[in-house]
Design a protein around this ligand. Structure first.
Ligand code: F6P
Length: 561
């Protein structure tokens, strides 16, 4: 157990989350979220003095950069880490402009802009592309503060960039954000990293290089093991927002005071637990009945909806259509790095009227859920009633809105405004975003737990779309089926290629590419093969007869044949 990185471990709090009630699920996730601030085992999370000191150092670095000519701050990451970097970069650039300062923040996300709202996982394994993108964006600048984000201290894409910074210290100051000790950084080789370099080698160099900064609080395992979009993503957001906020205001506040504000606000979410649980229950039933969940919101609130939705695809192998986010304005397009426009797919509803939205949702299956986020102007009586007439559930998440909407009593309201203290506007917005993120994560996670996509607290239907997820899948099969590594690997590969033959002549990269063409339940089928010692064909047949993934592990599925 000791060698398993914290970010991959199972959290004792949620060991039985799969059999809990919606209220229980919400409480357990909340308890895990609080570990980010209060700590885990003998670690103090974000309240650790060493970490708080490092955050203050980080603030000084950012402040210096903001005052230096010909310099920029680059935030980079894969998946959720990249998305949170994008949001911080755009938000704090706006603040720079308001303060008559040049907008200095830039972002890089593995897979490009499309990865902001869709799941593009394979680029995570490419240190060469990571480096090229960093070179490209920093080419004309003299000083660069580079912030590489990888919750598991694992992504080669970010590792390659950090390596480049360490090799060019006259220009780059590198900062690494993640949530494991350096000793647990990933030691797996990927094909594209020359000299067999691993992330661990780079993390070690970061730790021992003067001027480089590693910010790696231990915040405890995720509620669903490995789902770093949850606590990892939240902690990343709190760190970035705290540091950039402090760097932008000339007061003498310390990081500890700001972190305390987040802790209090997130802690207060408990009072809305019952209302969130009601929505989790509806959302779970909705997915079980093959209906859909839709989020609609403006500006960054809309983006949080899109992000939460897109992450369910790799985490739970869910369909793109199960949960989708829609944006009610064109915030996204205004804030993107230049890229060929066709490479960006956004279901934006720019200038859509409530009637247009009603058309967009015309073919939603009955009993779907439409969640309106805060100030969305589509939230109008006629649209709500139309959707309700079709049997859909309407939810309104209220956060900063002071408007009153004319809503009937069947609209479920989650009032998160109670969690936002009166403080300055920038801070309030950031607090609102983290609380919204946690609420959406709870709804989508809870819904997938209720759908049976989780056994105990393990995501058993993970999509094997990069090297990290390939090894995670093998670990899941090994531990749940009690088989050895070779058996788990063989079953996984046969399930990927949908064959009973043994495949020995392909590389991990080829396996991952093959997954792109196989949307079946790759891991659950491999698990069934391992559990009942049967062929791919037999396991697939069982799976088709009883597709509730969780039942595989409880044995219900095996006896159903
Ligand atoms: O590979 C999938 C994934 O785990 C995403 O869920 C996550 O957001 C991304 O990788 C990045 O992970 P990390 O921050 O650990 O590099």
């Amino acid at each position: 157990m000791d060698s398993i990185p914290y970010t991959e471990r199972r959290n004792a709090i949620t060991m039985n989350i799969d059999t809990d009630t919606p209220e229980g699920i919400v409480d357990l996730i909340h308890e895990c979220n609080m570990e980010v601030f209060n700590g885990y085992e003998n670690h103090k999370g974000l309240s650790d003095d060493t970490i708080l000191n490092k955050l203050d150092q980080f603030v000084s670095l950012v402040r210096t950069n903001l005052q230096t000519e010909n310099s920029i701050i680059v935030l980079s990451g894969c998946g959720t880490s990249g998305r949170i970097g994008f949001l911080a970069a755009t938000f704090f650039n706006e603040l720079c402009l308001q303060q008559n300062l040049p907008p200095k923040y830039r972002y890089i996300i593995a897979g490009g802009n499309s990865a902001l709202v869709t799941s593009i996982e394979a680029c995570e394994d490419d240190p060469v592309i990571g480096t090229k993108e960093l070179q490209c964006i920093t080419d004309t600048y003299e000083h660069v503060l580079f912030v590489g984000i990888t919750c598991g201290l694992s992504a080669p894409f970010v590792g390659g960039q950090l390596e480049y910074c360490l090799n060019n210290p006259q220009k780059f100051t590198p900062v690494l954000i993640g949530f494991n000790p350096i000793s647990m950084a990933r030691r797996t080789h990927v094909s594209k990293w020359i000299n067999d370099t691993t992330f661990y080698d780079i993390a070690l160099r970061m730790e021992t290089t003067a001027g480089a900064l590693v910010i790696n609080p231990i915040i405890g395992p995720e509620p669903i093991s490995g789902s770093s979009r949850m606590k990892g993503g939240s902690a990343t957001k709190v760190i970035l927002d705290t540091v950039f906020y402090l760097a932008s205001c000339n007061n003498i506040m310390k990081a500890s005071e700001v972190i305390e504000m987040y802790r209090t606000a997130v802690g207060t979410m408990e009072i809305e637990g019952q209302d969130i649980a009601t929505v989790v229950e509806q959302a779970g039933e909705c997915l079980l009945n093959n209906a859909s969940i839709r989020y609609v919101g403006s500006s960054t609130f809309g983006i949080w909806g899109m992000i939460d939705a897109s992450e369910c695809v790799p985490t739970y192998n869910s369909s793109y259509n199960d949960i989708r986010g829609f944006m009610a304005n064109d915030y996204f397009r205004k804030n993107l790095n230049p890229e060929p426009p066709l490479s960006f797919v956004s279901p934006a509803l720019h200038e859509a009227t409530p009637d247009d939205l009603s058309k967009t949702f015309e073919n939603l299956p009955p009993s779907s859920i439409v969640v309106f986020i805060d100030k969305d102007y589509h939230l109008q009586k006629s649209l709500v009633e139309k959707l309700q007439e079709k049997g859909h559930h309407i939810v309104w998440i209220k956060i900063l809105s002071t408007e009153s909407f004319d809503l009937n009593s069947n609209v479920k309201i989650i009032d998160l405004s109670k969690c936002i203290p009166s403080t300055d506007v920038t801070m309030q917005y950031s607090l609102a975003e983290i609380i919204l993120k946690l609420c959406l994560n709870t709804i989508s996670t809870g819904a997938h737990v209720m759908k049976g996509k989780v056994f105990q607290n393990i995501m058993i239907d993970v999509r094997v779309s990069n090297v990290k997820l390939f090894y995670r899948a093998i670990d899941i099969i090994k531990s749940l089926a009690g088989v050895d590594y070779q058996t788990a690997e063989r079953c996984l590969i046969q399930s990927i290629y949908q064959t009973n033959d043994t495949i020995n002549d392909k590389t991990i990269d080829q396996h991952i590419m093959a997954v792109a063409n196989n949307h079946d339940h790759v891991v659950p089928i491999a698990l069934l093969m391992s559990l009942s010692n049967c062929s791919y064909t037999e396991a697939k047949l069982k799976m088709d007869k009883c597709p509730i993934i969780r039942d595989i592990c409880t044995g219900t599925n095996q006896s159903s044949t």
